[in-house]
Write a protein that binds this ligand. Structure first.
Ligand code: FAD
Length: 410
């Protein structure tokens, strides 16, 4: 198949549409909700729910599918990554339902996001005090009781956790073990609808960046959900002696893990959006000061500034192209775990470097709160942490390239 670096006309139109949305609705309130960290950005939430999600971009032929989603994400995060994460949508929880849910579950949990009810949110709760990168260490339990599952445990750092646990119609996808002795094979994902008794919002994090996003601690105490809220099968595959994991063939855990193959390119696109915001500002400032970047000057004659800007542009474009490659593989239904992790690792590193360099190049103004550049530097770092840290994504890349199981490369 020939490789095309051209965006389709439909995607180009979508880019314009979402860029205008970001410029008009996100940028103007960006600082406000960076300061008012835990306030609901009502002007954005209500506008998006009532208008933004409905009036789609123009179509001019077939869409680029998942690449278009990455382009839209880049544009909205160019506007503001924290507000993007606070947008009423199904989020990572929705991706898990889409990846591992039955048609009935998809209808039951996702149709609210197309409906006319009040704004709703979805979230995914995996991380615990003793289980982050090593999700097999999850201690939250799910115990069968007749036709129900009963959840007990505490989840931390759940993005969208306030909206998803409190606002009617939303839900939190909670990872819990049904059999600790089975390791990963015992871990299942459960959909817990907002307002379910026993699910409590314990608190919200006070964060460095993406401060408009609600990052919640959720407690589950005898939290009862019906059997049909389990994503995938209830069957537990026990770990065999010498095997690296017990998850082979388990659609529940593997299905939920497959969420990452779709979500990592999205996080990479978010990183590219934040990086581009900073780079665009640097280029605008250079233009204002009538400083030209001589792309064609021999390296020995280029100034340090020119080299920095060219490197920032190259890093951003490399991250974007890896992101689009992972997305294009999804479009073609090809396994993309390697490419998704590559894109995520590259983009996480690129955005932290680009935004830090932007602060540096702009001098004291870059460090000042008069501009959003210092904010973008703070917003950047999370892309190197969630959805698998930089180190974990590099490990996944190494394992896939070398064809080593996780037991041999950890
Ligand atoms: C703002 C924010 C939002 C988040 N949103 C969500 C969410 O919506 N849902 C959710 O479930 N979680 C969420 N998280 C949690 C996030 O996914 C975890 O923080 C992340 O997976 C890392 O886990 P940990 O914090 O326990 O760190 P640890 O796993 O303890 O890692 C600490 C450090 O050690 C490194 N490390 C760990 N293992 C290895 C290894 N084998 N080799 C090399 N280095 C290693 C890590 O890379 C990291 O640098 C969020 C976190 C933040 C900060």
């Amino acid at each position: 198949m020939p490789i095309s670096f051209e965006m389709s006309e439909t995607t180009a139109l979508a880019r314009e549409h979402f860029h205008a949305m970001a410029a008009e609705h996100l940028r103007p309130i960006s600082r406000k909700y960076d300061v008012q960290e835990h306030d609901l950005p009502t002007e954005w939430v209500e506008w998006y729910w009532n208008h933004g999600r409905k009036g789609g971009p123009e179509k001019a032929g077939p869409s680029d599918g998942f690449i278009q989603v990455c382009v839209q994400t880049e544009e909205l995060c160019w506007g503001d990554a924290g507000l993007y994460l606070r947008t009423p949508f199904a989020g990572l929880g929705g991706s898990a339902v889409a990846a591992a849910g039955t048609p009935e579950q998809k209808k039951a949990f996702l149709s609210v996001f197309q409906g006319d009810g009040p704004p709703a949110w979805g979230a995914m709760a995996i991380t615990e005090a003793n289980a982050g990168s090593d999700s097999a260490a999850i201690e939250t339990t799910a115990t069968r009781d007749g036709d129900d599952w009963i959840l007990n445990g505490t989840k931390i750092f759940c993005t969208g956790g306030e909206g998803a646990s409190q606002a009617p119609g939303g839900f939190v996808v909670v990872w819990a073990t049904v059999d600790k002795s089975a390791g990963r094979g015992g871990i299942k994902a459960f959909v817990v609808p907002a307002g379910t008794p026993g699910m409590t919002l314990v608190g919200l994090e006070n964060k460095l960046g993406i401060r408009a996003s609600d990052t919640a601690t959720l407690m589950f105490e005898s939290c009862r959900v019906p059997m049909q809220n389990l994503l995938g099968s209830a069957e537990v595959r026990k770990k065999k002696a010498g095997a690296s994991t017990g998850d082979k063939g388990d659609k529940g855990f593997k299905g939920a893990m497959a969420t990452f193959d779709a979500s990592r390119p999205i996080v990479a696109a978010m990183a590219v959006g934040v990086g581009r915001a900073a780079l665009d500002y640097v280029l605008e400032e250079l233009a204002r000061q009538e400083i030209e970047v001589r792309y064609d000057a021999p390296p020995a004659e280029q100034t340090a500034l020119e080299r920095d800007v060219i490197e920032m542009q190259a890093e951003l474009q490399a991250a974007r192209l890896l992101t689009w490659r992972a997305a294009s593989m999804m479009n073609r239904g090809r396994p993309n775990s390697l490419e998704a992790s590559m894109a995520k690792a590259k983009a996480g590193l690129a955005v932290t470097r680009i935004t830090q360099k932007a602060v540096e190049l702009l001098g004291p103004l870059g460090y000042s709160k008069k501009l959003l550049v210092e904010k973008w530097m703070r917003d950047a770092k999370i892309n190197d942490i969630y959805e698998g840290t930089q180190q974990i994504n590099q490990l996944i890349v190494a394992r896939r390239i070398l064809d080593y199981p996780s037991s041999m490369l950890r």
